[in-house]
Ligand binder design. Structure first.
Ligand SMILES: Cc1cc2nc3c(=O)[nH]c(=O)nc-3n(C[C@H](O)[C@H](O)[C@H](O)COP(=O)(O)OP(=O)(O)OC[C@H]3O[C@@H](n4cnc5c(N)ncnc54)[C@H](O)[C@@H]3O)c2cc1C
Length: 375
């Protein structure tokens, strides 16, 4: 029986495994996608997230520091620096972040298994999880005829008892993302209500023109721009309207005029963004990262929260009080949930939405305090 089985090799899952390994526990991560894993993301890591990465001993070789947040709405602009706070933010490609996290995890002895957790059940003092999927990512101890490939495994091909492999663990951590299949299996989803919002992102091969993350506001959507390399910027658009990436971007003519380099990556999307969750602890199964619940990408803190909650989760396991993770998660995330929900609510009402940037400009200390609280 391993100590911690982690379903999902995104930032939340890998950070959980690294924290567990640092605490002397045996951790295995199950991830269906081959690395380096990419994802629709604005890729701006807030200063607390960047600091949490450093605390884990994760070295991100590529990336570009940013020193604050700038809001832009036509002629109105307002910016605030993170100064006096915990340092700089980090713009970093998800592929670079994934590679750095996997290296650190492997150095600490964490096994990363290629596959998908598709069934879980309580078993005595632990949990058993069925993993369907392909061979282990680098490494050999789990490859072989007893581990089926994606083309072999699945109820349609294998009958009611799909082949694959079962893992026994003292704890299962569901870090399987926004639409967490494990959360759904456990019946922990709640109806989200409100308009559904979606995010799309693409990169442009151009030199960043600023060391701020810029959030551009337009009727019906936001675009946010993150410098992620010396010649690369990421542009994510968020909206409740289902349109193509180019249609969204056309609403930001000033921004569009700056994006004169060729697109460097295909468009990737995610959503609906808002996910409400009944609770984050179900016996020996705990939810972390987006799987634990999500409001919106508008304030760009998902990765930072994932890293901080992973640390809190492992802390609760270490002292044998997993139930305390629920409150720890609430304490860590309430400020961000409140602010993000308020912005998204204001967004829904066009007169209020038009006032967001001008009001922030008129009240720079309030805007500054909000930015530093996110940091
Ligand atoms: C458009 C957009 C912009 C964003 N911008 C920012 C930003 O600028 N800054 C920021 O901090 N955050 C941002 N976020 C949020 C951020 O992307 C997420 O909060 C972050 O990825 C959460 O990490 P995670 O590990 O919980 O989930 P993920 O990164 O989604 O990882 C989950 C992993 O679980 C795997 N998985 C799924 N099902 C299973 C299964 N059954 N078994 C095993 N594995 C499974 C998936 O393959 C995936 O790799 C943004 C999000 C969006 C959509």
């Amino acid at each position: 029986m391993i100590d911690v089985l982690v379903a999902g090799g995104g930032p939340a899952g890998l950070a959980t495994a690294i924290n567990a390994a640092l605490a002397g526990m045996e951790a295995v991560v199950v991830e269906p996608r081959p690395g380096p894993v990419d994802k629709a993301c604005g890729e701006g890591l807030m200063p607390t997230g960047a600091a949490a990465l450093a605390d884990l001993g994760v070295a991100v070789p590529d990336g570009r520091p940013f020193r604050g947040i700038r809001y832009v709405d036509g002629p109105h602009r307002v910016q605030a620096e993170f100064r006096d706070g915990p340092g700089l933010g980090l713009g970093v490609r998800r592929t670079a972040l994934h590679t750095a996290l996997v290296h650190r995890a492997r150095d600490l002895g964490v096994r990363v298994v290629r596959g998908r957790v598709d069934a879980v059940r309580a078993a005595g003092e632990g949990v058993r999880a069925h993993v369907a999927g392909g061979p282990e990512q680098g490494g050999s101890e789990l490859s072989g005829p007893d581990l089926c490939g994606p083309e072999l495994c699945g109820p349609e091909l294998c009958g009611p008892e799909p082949c694959g492999r079962e893992f026994g663990a003292r704890w299962l951590v569901a870090a399987d993302g926004l639409h967490s299949p494990i959360r759904a299996l456990l019946g922990l989803d709640l109806p989200s209500g409100g308009p559904r919002r979606y995010g799309l992102r693409r990169h442009y091969r151009i030199a960043p023109w600023t060391d701020f993350v810029e959030v551009h506001w337009a009727p019906g959507g936001e675009a946010y721009v993150t410098p992620v390399g010396d010649d690369l910027v990421g542009v994510a658009v968020l909206s409740s309207e289902r349109r193509t990436y180019d249609e969204h971007l056309a609403r930001f003519p000033d921004l569009l005029a700056r994006l004169d380099g060729p697109p460097a990556t295909p468009v990737r999307g995610a959503g609906p963004l808002r996910q409400r969750v009944r609770r984050r602890v179900a016996g020996r199964i705990l939810l972390v990262g987006d799987a634990a619940g999500y409001v919106d990408a508008l304030t760009g803190e998902g990765i930072s929260l994932a890293l901080l909650s992973a640390r809190a989760l492992v802390g609760c396991l270490m002292v044998g009080r997993p139930e305390e993770y629920e409150n720890a998660w609430r304490r860590l995330s309430w400020r961000s949930r409140l602010l993000t929900a308020a912005l998204v609510r204001a967004r829904r009402h066009p007169p209020a939405a038009r006032m967001i940037v001008p009001a922030a400009r008129r009240l720079p200390s309030v805007f500054g305090a909000a930015v530093r609280s996110l940091a």
